[in-house]
Ligand binder design. Structure first.
Ligand code: APR
Length: 231
């Protein structure tokens, strides 16, 4: 059975990583247009760097939770038949042991050079404008896909959605596209779909099944069902 799993901020919430749109979410404290658009970076790069430097430093202090670990366990058994597409820019999936991961919105621990387009693994601040390790120009920006920009690896994602037998969305509100439409693409290819979310999302109605609860409980239980051949 070929499975595509889409994850959002909700899967990292129990690790202590804030979501975007919940009561204490990131977009409560920051205006999207101030920190998550190319225009914001042109206008006030130091504000944008401060926002992402703080998030990059913060993920060093958190750890994967049972939901991340369960998906890594599923990959051990399914191998190439599983693909995890994450909207998250933290590295908790990888630290849990997952390797078949697509970061469609980029990664906090990566820097993108605006001069030569090189992506470089990066764990330090960018707010002191370090030079690009490849071209030497100090034009590094957070390697995050901002509003109005095209997500990474969309061809690979659509191919996997079309071939999927089962599509599962975990911890995402279903308000940001194109990710919010993946359930429909997968259904178009004949896949069954399951939503695992704390509360019903904006697109719950598009799923064959929707389960409500914390990912740390729902995901290990769902993985057990898959591995027991009950799904
Ligand atoms: N377990 C499961 N789901 C949870 C949990 C939890 N412990 N905590 C919160 N959730 C759910 C919320 O109910 C909400 O539906 O996770 C979802 C988080 O939604 P958002 O904060 O909107 O995050 P996400 O869907 O990942 O945002 C998508 O928007 O801001 C942009 O680029 C950013 O990748 C992000 C995209």
């Amino acid at each position: 059975m070929k499975i595509v799993v889409l994850t959002g901020a909700g899967i990292s919430a129990e690790s202590g990583v804030p979501t975007f749109r919940d009561a204490d979410g990131l977009w409560e404290g920051h205006r999207v247009e101030d920190v998550a658009s190319p225009d914001a970076f042109d206008l006030q790069p130091s504000v944008v760097h401060r926002f992402y430097d703080a998030r990059r430093a913060a993920i060093a202090g958190v750890a994967p939770n049972p939901a991340h670990l369960a998906l890594a366990r599923l990959e051990e058994r399914l191998g190439d038949d599983l693909l995890v597409v994450t909207q998250n820019i933290d590295d908790l999936h990888e630290r849990a042991g997952s390797t078949r991961i697509v970061h469609m919105h980029g990664e906090l621990r990566s820097a993108l050079c605006r001069a030569c387009r090189t992506r470089t693994p990066w764990t330090d601040d960018l707010g002191d404008y370090p030079p690009c390790p490849r071209c030497g120009v100090s034009e590094l920006r957070p390697d995050v896909v901002w509003f109005g920009e095209v997500p990474y690896e969309m061809d690979r994602i659509f191919e996997a959605l079309y071939e999927a037998d089962l599509f599962v969305a975990i911890g995402t509100s279903g308000v940001v596209y194109p990710a919010a439409a993946f359930v429909q693409f997968a259904a178009g290819g004949g896949a069954r779909s399951v939503e695992l979310n704390l509360v019903a999302s904006d697109v719950s109605g598009d799923f064959d099944e929707s389960r409500a609860g914390p990912a740390g409980q729902l995901v290990p239980a769902w993985v057990d069902e898959v591995l027991a051949g009950e799904l």
